[in-house]
Write a protein that binds this ligand. Structure first.
Ligand SMILES: Cc1cc2nc3c(=O)[nH]c(=O)nc-3n(C[C@H](O)[C@H](O)[C@H](O)COP(=O)(O)O)c2cc1C
Length: 337
């Protein structure tokens, strides 16, 4: 029996559920091609950052002012801001090159926190050819006067602003730290999102004990991080029609299968592909196919969501009851005296 691994994400028909997450592997056409050959169904390009866009716009504005004073007649030749040949231009070039050289859908990524002109780049990415957009909202509230409601209003405004400027589907990469994930999911959906990536990984700062400085450093994920996405995907799966991508800690075939059973439409992977390289994808596909065969599933769509909270034989397992069970079932490995 041949197994149908295809799945739908953001209205895109994908040949399987393995999507390469935004990471340096997706920043070059050659490696995008290798990922595709190894079996990737789609790829998210590394993000263009709010700060990067705004910095470039400021630099261009400075130049523009200088030109206004000095060479009024040259203004007619001055390029439009959005088309200016800056770092963002390279990003658009990458999209165009990727669209020419790989067949899998390419998802552009914007990463920011505040509502502003930078969101207009979603349209530029769409015009360059992306099949969908991902908006990574990475906001760290530090103002004690800013309520969680106000923070979430900002998320909603940002999603609506990006959605308004594009016709391609929009997925929103969210962090896990909300008082009520289901409420935020509902609000983001109402603002126009077509999908969600659960979850964004916040990179926590470290402290360098010699330099006595806060030191940014990137730690790759570990598998247990996936548990966070498993719970929330299983809970929101029954509450929303949005496409769902599980991200964070998807390393091996078991992880992919668990995410799909919880209700994800696709998984996004970065760490495992950075560690093991593109061939890891073909291994995963073989193992997923073997698991489906052994468990008598004919397709990925047949098994998707079959252990969501609503479909689970014990919905309370996703709630507080499971916490109590986990605590009481723990057996200490501490040697007895
Ligand atoms: C080196 C590196 C660069 C990344 N760059 C981005 C980025 O530009 N935009 C983004 O949204 N996520 C970025 N991420 C996060 C990944 O897309 C992904 O969400 C995260 O690593 C969790 O998945 P994983 O457990 O498979 O690594 C990056 C991750 C890594 C490891």
């Amino acid at each position: 029996m041949s197994i149908d691994l295809s799945t739908k994400y953001l209205g895109l028909q994908l040949k399987n559920p393995l999507v390469v997450a935004a990471c340096p592997l997706c920043g070059e056409v050659d490696s995008l091609r290798r990922l595709e050959e190894a079996g990737a169904a789609a790829a998210v390009l590394p993000s263009l950052f709010e700060e990067q866009i705004e910095h470039e716009e400021q630099e261009v504005n400075k130049l523009y002012e200088f030109q206004t004073e000095s060479y009024a007649e040259s203004l007619t030749h001055f390029p439009e801001l959005n088309n200016y040949n800056t770092g963002t231009k390279e990003y658009l070039d990458l999209i165009e090159a990727a669209k020419k050289q790989v067949k899998m859908p390419i998802i552009g990524s914007l990463n920011g926190a505040s509502v502003g002109g930078w969101t207009g780049y979603a349209k530029s990415m769409q015009d360059a050819g992306v099949d969908a957009m991902e908006l990574n909202i990475y906001f760290i509230p530090t103002d004690p006067q800013q309520s969680s409601c106000k923070v979430e209003d900002q998320y909603v405004e940002l999603v609506a602003a990006v959605k308004e400027s594009i016709a391609v589907p929009l997925t929103v990469k969210l962090g896990p730290y909300f008082t009520s994930v289901p409420d935020v999911v509902r609000r983001v959906a109402e603002a126009g999102a077509d999908g969600l990536v659960l979850f964004n990984r916040f990179l926590e700062p470290d402290i360098d004990l010699e330099a006595l400085q806060v030191a940014p450093n990137l730690v790759l994920s570990s598998r247990h991080e996936l548990r966070l996405a498993l719970r929330w995907i299983a809970i929101v799966r029954d509450q929303t029609k949005l496409s769902l991508a599980a991200a964070g800690g998807v390393h091996f075939a078991d992880d992919v299968i668990k995410a799909l059973l919880a209700g994800a439409d696709v998984v996004q992977m970065a760490t495992a592909l950075l560690r093991y390289g593109p061939p890891h994808l073909s291994k995963l596909l073989e193992e997923i196919e073997r698991w489906l065969t052994e468990h008598e599933y004919a397709s990925v769509s047949q098994m998707k969501g079959s252990l969501s909270r609503g479909n689970s034989p014990d919905p309370s397992a996703f709630e507080r009851a499971n916490y109590m069970k986990a605590l009481t079932s723990f057996t200490s490995e501490f040697p007895s005296a």
